[in-house]
Design a protein around this ligand. Structure first.
Ligand code: GRF
Length: 236
């Protein structure tokens, strides 16, 4: 097996996606290992979770640096000290500068709680409800200069149920995120999803043959037991 890709997770808060990535990487066969967690907020709950799992953490606060370039530079230096090969943004709430993004392009991924390119930005669940969406979901994508705009690596869809509110929908999407992100990071770490010429190039999957027959439908008959992993593989 090739060496596992050294991956650093950037967080700002709760860290549940980070936790899912750490959990996936406890399997020695998983192609990425989580070698560090960086937070821009000292009070991010995810820091304690990472530490409890033996992952080194660093806090790099915006307020300790004069300007975005300096802050990004400190993060970049921390990534170097971790020997990072891949950066995974997981609820990291700051926009990274152009120099940083260009340096890590193709090696930096993000998870967004909507089926991009719909609902970029914040408050995605409330906006999906307002729009009357019957299907919503999450996306893992390569990070490029424009926010939530990079090439899509994988997506998972969930139904919007009758009676959903922002919280119930967010919870359903989050569950999908926790399955999708490890899958997508694994694809990148294995070299099966690569960014080339501004697009994601995916390796051929043996089960691509299902493409023509797989259908996601909401509200009926889809319930929450969708095979998200399979779905992610066929919806690059
Ligand atoms: C997730 O919904 C993620 O998609 C978005 O921010 C949230 C972070 O949650 N980018 P957590 O910190 O991973 O629990």
């Amino acid at each position: 097996m090739n060496a596992r890709k050294r991956t650093v997770v950037l967080i700002s808060g709760r860290g549940s996606n980070m936790t899912a990535l750490i959990a996936a990487a406890t399997d020695p066969a998983y192609p990425a290992e989580i070698v560090g967690v960086i937070s821009d907020r000292a009070n991010a709950a995810g820091l304690g979770i990472a530490a409890a799992r033996g992952i080194p953490t660093k806090v790099i606060s915006r307020s300790d640096h004069v300007g975005k370039e300096a802050h990004d530079g400190a993060i970049d230096a921390a990534l170097a000290s971790f020997g990072a090969e891949i950066v995974a943004l997981a609820g990291y709430m700051r926009i990274l500068g152009a120099r940083f993004v260009e340096k890590w392009q193709g090696r930096m991924v993000n998870i967004h709680p909507a089926l991009l390119p719909a609902f970029k930005g914040l408050d995605t669940h409330a906006r999906a409800l307002r729009a009357g969406m019957r299907i919503h979901g999450c996306t893992v994508h390569f990070v490029t200069l424009d926010m939530d705009d990079g090439p899509i690596i994988a997506q998972a869809a969930v139904p919007v149920m009758v009676g959903d509110n922002e919280d119930t929908l967010a919870a359903r999407v989050l569950k999908a995120e926790h399955r999708l992100y490890p899958l997508a990071l694994g694809l990148v770490a294995e070299g099966k999803a690569r960014m080339e010429g501004g697009r994601t190039v995916l390796a051929h999957f043996a089960d691509d043959a299902d493409n023509g027959t797989s259908v996601v439908m909401a509200p009926d008959p889809l319930r929450e037991e969708t095979d998200l992993e399979h779905l992610a593989r066929i919806t690059p």
